[in-house]
Design a protein around this ligand. Structure first.
Ligand code: 26Q
Length: 825
């Protein structure tokens, strides 16, 4: 079937070149003589897009014809990154394009770099959704993603005078990967009121009336699978003023401005991605986004189901909907509303369908990230939905009361409505009650949610409703695309590129771990990747870094729980240690480059302080003649998916150092190890499972365990904690002396640790952290031993493919099977 697929690709390089030229001259209306790299990118993207469209249409026809169950992945974030390289590799025609482009006078790398990232996400949760789409298509699952078409993705980060400055990310100027479907629209209602009416059958029905209407317009993006014709669909909704709403009265009476303002207000709904990750701030516009997207998606899904003419009770046999965190939880309420109010089903019958349709994935235990919406706000925006939520809660609490009679405290604790001032809707509880499966994203995380925030629900529903699906990453993007030379070397030792579709085949590498030539090539590739990153660092920051130094990387969203502050305190400690040495002693030290990257939420003051401290420390250390190459501190601006593809393959050691029990999974940890980097980490999230797979000697673990965290916090609160770590005290002293600029700028960071209970246990873990970094130096000095660790680790990473992960969802939660391709084409 793959060979057959080739028929819809380019026949040869000449065929590809003809298409590029045609697009330059016609679609872009340019002459070949003034075709720059940007135009070459556009034409190449359009040429590949044409190929994808054919398979995309066939895939949709095939899936409709077979009429099998479909998966719908609802996510407010899809952090896709660039699409061209991915498309070329997935259809297996990058080599041909490379030759074709070079004959036209372009380097394929430069052409690829022209593309703007599709950055419709914050971090891990959004990137996970993108990896899942890749796996779903690559494994031939009939699946759709549903999201919002933000006009502005996550902001671009600039560093000015050491501070983060946010710049809007307008990414839609030229986007060949999206297809507007102006014929696929849904009118979405907000506000208004509920009227009770009696229908012809004498039954009371609720009518949601009045309010305002906004139109949702579908934009589709093709998602090509790797080495398969399956090309799935990502449908993103864009908001527009509904035709009836455009106020022609005003328009005609000359109040043109305010009629345009109405239009703009409608378009605001899909205007911007909220840039907070792991923090809930109850903004009305965010709730509007959620309902707008959920209602449009459900309308679409229900419309598709109705075409099959099946009875409603077969809905869960045709449809599986996965909720990526609580952001789409209103879908539960909306489906119940559709079935009861619009389709006339009895409550219980409808509810049964709802629960069997939905699955809910939790991505956090942090209390500040658990979504809640105020009852008055929901009442105002979605009056009928609030009633349904109250009814869902009533029936649920009745069930609890029957099972645990008289336990009033339990009823209060598990109620979907929190009896606070104002009352709040607890979205996670609603998601649990309305789903048939709830999963965490790594083993420790899944255990923790069952033992802490959701423990009452485990008692009520039994343990089978709760499960774990450990996250994974797509090896296509995170190995083959990001690190083509390593991928090629691996292919040469494992009998081809089969590992890209069955990552467990990596285990064959272990047979070659002592192969001298192989080890040499392995080391050369890592070095070349470091040289590439070093060049980028010099070009963007002016700092020269030595590519033979140990590259120590921490790139992820800036958050106190991820403890970038501990990393930079550690760098200061290293600096002070080096400064205190004699020149002779100093010469014996191992050179190191400490690389940071990541965005702070614009309103997260402490995270912004951390960025400022990193840059201030770099400014001092990088210019200290005593230190030279021994230590550099670099902050890479605007960390995003494309930067990750360059940075991750260049790492020797990366840091995954969250306070134990706070990072649900982490997924970059998997990416780094897969690219032949080792990691230093706490016993948290997926680090634990990575350790189990690759074995203790290949990972640098440190710090307190998750079960020790509460007692330590308790000790801090009651003045029973150990005194501040002396090395850390010395670091604070140096900051307070003004060595790194105005100490006032960093006072908050210091006092959080020293005076306010050290919630993230930076002091408690500091000595263990420093000692482990010394162990990293020791290990790195033994280059042969280091390479052995790297190769061994990569060979044992098969478990962390998102293909494994998607197969677990398919079997354990969705009950769907891959569609055999090639039979109905
Ligand atoms: C909620 C309400 C209002 C506004 C924003 C939000 C919001 C937005 C994004 C809350 C959370 C997020 C993102 C969370 C996230 O990225 N979590 C990460 O998910 C990864 C994939 O499972 C895990 O690997 C990480 O451990 C987890 O932090």
């Amino acid at each position: 079937t793959w060979r057959k697929h080739q028929t819809s690709g380019f026949k040869d390089k000449d065929g590809f070149e003809r298409e590029v030229v045609r697009h330059v001259e016609t679609t872009l209306a340019r002459s070949l003589y003034n075709c720059d790299e940007a135009a070459a990118y556009s034409a190449t993207a359009l040429a590949f897009r044409d190929r994808l469209i054919l398979e995309w249409n066939r895939t949709q026809q095939r899936q409709t014809f077979v009429d099998s169950k479909r998966v719908y992945y609802l996510s407010l974030e899809f952090l896709m990154g660039r699409a061209l390289d991915n498309a070329m590799l997935n259809v297996g025609q990058k080599e041909l394009a490379k030759v074709g482009l070079s004959e036209l006078g372009f380097r394929i790398e430069d052409v690829i770099q022209q593309e703007h990232d599709a950055a419709l996400g914050n971090g891990g949760l959004g990137r996970l959704a993108a990896c899942f789409l890749d796996s779903l298509a690559s494994l031939n699952y009939p699946a759709w993603g549903y999201g919002l078409r933000y006009r502005y993705g996550i902001f671009k980060q600039e560093i000015i005078d050491g501070y983060q400055v946010e710049v809007p990310d307008y990414w839609l100027d030229f986007n060949p990967w999206e297809f507007p479907r102006h014929d696929v629209t849904v009118d979405i209602q907000f506000y208004g009121s509920v009227e009770k009416k009696t229908n012809d059958a004498g039954r009371t029905v609720c009518h949601w009336e009045g309010g305002e209407t906004v139109k949702a317009v579908a934009y589709d993006m093709p998602i090509p699978g790797h080495a398969t014709p399956t090309t799935n669909n990502l449908r993103l909704w864009s908001s527009k003023a509904a035709s009836g709403e455009f106020d022609f009265q005003k328009f005609n009476s000359g109040d043109y401005e305010s009629s345009v303002a109405d239009q703009q207000r409608a378009e605001t709904i899909s205007a911007v991605l909220y840039p907070n990750d792991n923090l809930d701030r109850g903004k009305e516009l965010r709730l509007k986004q959620q309902y707008f997207w959920v209602a449009a998606s459900l309308y679409d899904i229900v419309r598709r189901f109705k075409k099959t003419k099946r009875p409603w009770n077969e809905f869960p046999e045709q449809v599986a909907i996965q909720l990526n965190d609580t952001h789409p939880t209103l879908a539960i309420v909306e489906l119940q509303r559709i079935l009861v109010d619009l389709e006339g089903l009895e409550w219980d019958e409808a509810w049964n369908i709802v629960v069997n349709t939905f699955g809910y994935t939790n991505h956090t235990v942090l209390p500040e990230a658990l979504e809640k919406w105020s009852v008055p706000l929901v009442q105002h925006l979605l009056p009928r939905h609030l009633q349904i939520i109250y009814d869902i809660n009533l029936f649920f609490l009745q069930k609890v009361e029957r099972k645990f009679p008289g336990d009033v405290q339990l009823l209060r604790d598990v109620s979907i409505i929190e009896e606070s001032q104002p009352k709040m809707v607890r979205m996670a509880y609603l998601a649990i009650v309305g789903s048939h499966k709830v999963n965490g994203v790594a083993e420790l995380h899944s255990e923790l949610i069952q033992a802490t925030i959701f423990k009452d629900f485990v008692r009520i529903f039994g343990p089978d409703k709760f499960t774990n699906v450990t996250n994974g990453i797509t090896p296509r993007r995170w190995l083959h695309q990001a690190n083509p030379r390593l991928s090629e070397l691996i292919a040469s030792k494992t009998g081809g590129y089969g590992f890209l579709k069955d990552l467990t085949q990596l285990n064959q590498l272990e047979l070659h771990v002592n192969d001298k030539q192989f080890r040499k090539e392995w080391a050369e590739i890592k070095y070349a990747n470091k040289v590439r990153l070093a060049k980028h660092i010099t070009a963007t920051t002016g700092i020269t870094v030595n590519p033979t130094a140990l590259f120590d990387v921490q790139v992820k969203r800036i958050h106190e729980y991820k403890r970038q502050q501990m990393n930079i305190f550690g760098a200061i400690h290293r600096y002070l240690t080096l400064k205190a040495m004699s020149p002779e002693e100093r010469q014996k030290q191992l050179p190191r480059v400490s690389i940071f990257g990541g965005k702070a939420a614009p309103g997260y003051w402490m995270a912004k302080q951390i960025i400022h401290l990193i840059n201030s420390v770099g400014a001092v250390i990088n210019n200290d003649k005593d230190i030279g190459d021994l230590l550099k501190v670099v902050f890479v601006e605007d960390y995003n998916v494309s930067k990750a593809e360059m940075i991750i393959p260049a790492s020797d050691i990366s840091e995954h150092i969250s306070t134990a029990g706070t990072e649900a999974s982490g997924t970059s940890n998997m990416k780094f190890v897969l690219n032949g980097g080792l990691i230093i980490g706490t016993c948290d999230g997926a680090n634990i499972e990575i350790t189990r797979e690759i074995d203790e000697p290949n990972i640098f673990l440190f710090g307190h365990l998750s079960e020790e965290v509460e007692p330590l916090r308790h000790a801090h609160r009651y003045g029973a904690a150990s005194p501040l770590d002396p090395d850390l005290a010395r670091v604070f002293e140096e900051i307070e002396k003004g060595t790194f600029g105005n100490p006032q700028d960093f006072a908050g960071m210091i006092s959080a640790v020293r005076d306010h209970g050290d919630y993230y246990l930076v002091s408690d873990d500091f000595s263990s952290y420093i000692a482990t970094h010394d162990a990293v130096d020791e290990a790195y000095r033994d280059q042969e031993g280091w390479i052995t660790k790297c190769i061994t680790s990569v060979s044992r990473m098969g478990f962390f493919s998102s293909d494994r992960c998607i197969n677990e969802y398919a079997e354990g939660i969705w009950n769907v099977e891959p569609l055999k391709v090639g039979e109905h084409a």
